[in-house]
Design a protein. Structure first.
Length: 483
């Protein structure tokens, strides 16, 4: 029988309201939304679909005319969708852009090969977030450019501060090209990119802007699995078998002959692979691609009836992934296991949208592999209903909620707090420990917030170093108890 369904707490406590102590507290950039870019009529249609069945999947739509006809490289960043086109044309689509927005490239890379693809990503080095792009110059060299994100600039990037590294043109497996598809290992700041099926891949450390070695740097180098044959290739070969190179949240490289792409779904700890010339999906336990060499009983290959050939994959990290069937019109599916512990039970695919045009795109179009958003929240305690000025605080506590389908346990994030009186020098932040599950009450157990006269509470949410997976929080509610 099936395990009893886990009923997550609701994702919203109520309308944000300082007197009720309710604040938005969203750690993931993308709240269960899917970006789809299609080639249509000489340009690109862009869709932003909210994965909200009750509201019938509300969708925003944009149009970019006169774009190159090849594929679309996508990455969801904190400043919107970063779209890379052939010839080094780069666009940013802001979720808040009106549908009538007139787009032009935020950068057209000078000296880019006319047929280079531009594979986009986003990452963080220290306190600076970047947009990154792999491309090729006219002399055939592999290039990587990083552009600091700066919310004060017109396109939210500081293009005057961009840095480019020339990685040369040495070949591996007879191929020297990259930027067809790509994958970022957020915890190590390792970026990998390959050319199309049966070529090879290369890497760059985006923090130090130096080349990586496929035989040294992938954590799963040397790994093979007898269950998959050549559908999973040892990354140490440097061979990119897949149409679109991929990786998991631990930085492992996922590529295989005859595969379209792979994706890691971190909630259920599963990896999905779509095939280039078969209507089947591989669904496997995550360890099959890193530590286990025989996955008998740990994977299935399923033919999703009446679905067709799923190509592009991206994760929602809430137990579900998105798979897209390309065509003149493309079909967007939500895919999930009936029982993640027993993969022989049905894998379900629910069509949520048909979009106009061919969804010729990769790699991440859900924000599934982006680092957590940092949150700095200042709470004016004197606005809390019933608060009495100049009275000591006995204790402060909070409850929090997770985004729909997200983890309801606290993981991968650090919360710090401090309390003080307006006009006084704020004390140092201290970490809040023993954070309870979503919907339960957690005491803000830091010294400056207990048994003192205060009227300000500051919270600081930060990702743990190297956290590949984290709670996608939604809201927080603050409670105060005075003496």
């Amino acid at each position: 029988g099936l395990p009893p369904p886990v009923v997550p707490p609701p994702q919203n406590i109520g309308e944000p309201n300082p007197s009720n102590g309710i604040f938005d507290f969203v750690s993931a950039v993308n709240k269960n939304a899917v970006w789809v870019v299609t080639n249509y009529g000489g340009g690109n249609k862009i869709y932003l679909i909210s994965v909200d069945a009750q509201a019938n999947y509300p969708t925003k739509e944009w149009w970019i005319p006169n774009t190159p006809s090849h594929g679309n490289r996508t990455y969801v960043s904190e400043i919107g969708l970063i779209l890379g086109k052939e010839g080094g044309k780069l666009y940013r689509i802001d979720p808040d852009h009106p549908s009538t927005h007139s787009f032009s490239p935020f950068w057209t890379i000078p000296g880019a090969k006319s047929d280079t693809r531009s594979c986009t990503t986003s990452f963080k080095v220290g306190d600076t977030s970047y947009v990154g792009v792999a491309w090729e110059s006219t002399n055939g060299h592999r290039q990587f450019t990083r552009i600091p994100i700066d919310l004060t600039k017109p396109e939210k990037m500081d293009l005057d501060q961009k840095q480019t590294v020339d990685l040369g043109a040495t070949s591996v497996q007879g191929n020297a090209r990259w930027s067809y598809s790509c994958f970022i290992d957020q915890s190590r700041n390792h970026f990998w990119s390959g050319w199309a099926s049966n070529s090879s891949f290369f890497g760059v450390n985006v923090a130090t802007m130096t080349a990586l070695d496929h035989s040294i740097h992938p954590p799963n180098k040397g790994h093979t699995n007898s269950s998959f044959g050549t559908k999973f290739l040892d990354p140490a070969l440097g061979k990119d078998g897949s149409y679109a190179l991929a990786g998991d949240a631990f930085g492992d490289i996922l590529t295989g002959s005859g595969m379209y792409t792979f994706v890691h779904e971190t909630r259920n700890k599963l990896i999905y692979g779509s095939e280039s010339s078969a209507d089947s999906l591989i669904v496997a336990k995550e360890e099959c691609f890193s530590t286990v060499n025989d996955c008998t009983g740990k994977f299935v290959s399923v033919n999703l009836e009446n679905v067709g050939r799923i190509g592009p994959l991206s994760s929602l990290n809430d137990g579900r992934i998105i798979g897209i069937v390309r065509g003149n019109n493309s079909q967007v599916y939500v895919v999930s296991p009936t029982n993640p512990e027993d993969l022989t039970q049905p894998i379900t695919a629910t069509r949520i949208k048909e979009v106009t045009g061919n969804a010729y795109m990769y790699n991440d179009f859900t924000g599934g592999s982006l680092f957590p958003k940092e949150i700095d929240l200042l709470v004016d305690l004197s606005k809390l209903s019933g608060w009495v000025d100049a009275k000591k605080v006995k204790s402060l506590s909070f409850t929090w909620t997770a985004q729909a389908g997200g983890f309801s346990t606290w993981k991968g994030l650090t919360l710090k707090a401090r309390c003080y009186k307006a006009g006084e020098t704020p004390p140092d932040f201290a970490e809040v420990t023993d954070i309870k599950d979503a919907g339960q009450t957690t005491l803000i157990n830091v010294e400056s917030c207990m048994n003192k006269v205060v009227d300000k509470l500051e919270l600081q949410l930060r990702p743990m170093t190297g956290a590949s997976d984290f709670t996608r929080t939604s809201q927080i509610k603050i409670f105060g108890l005075q003496e």
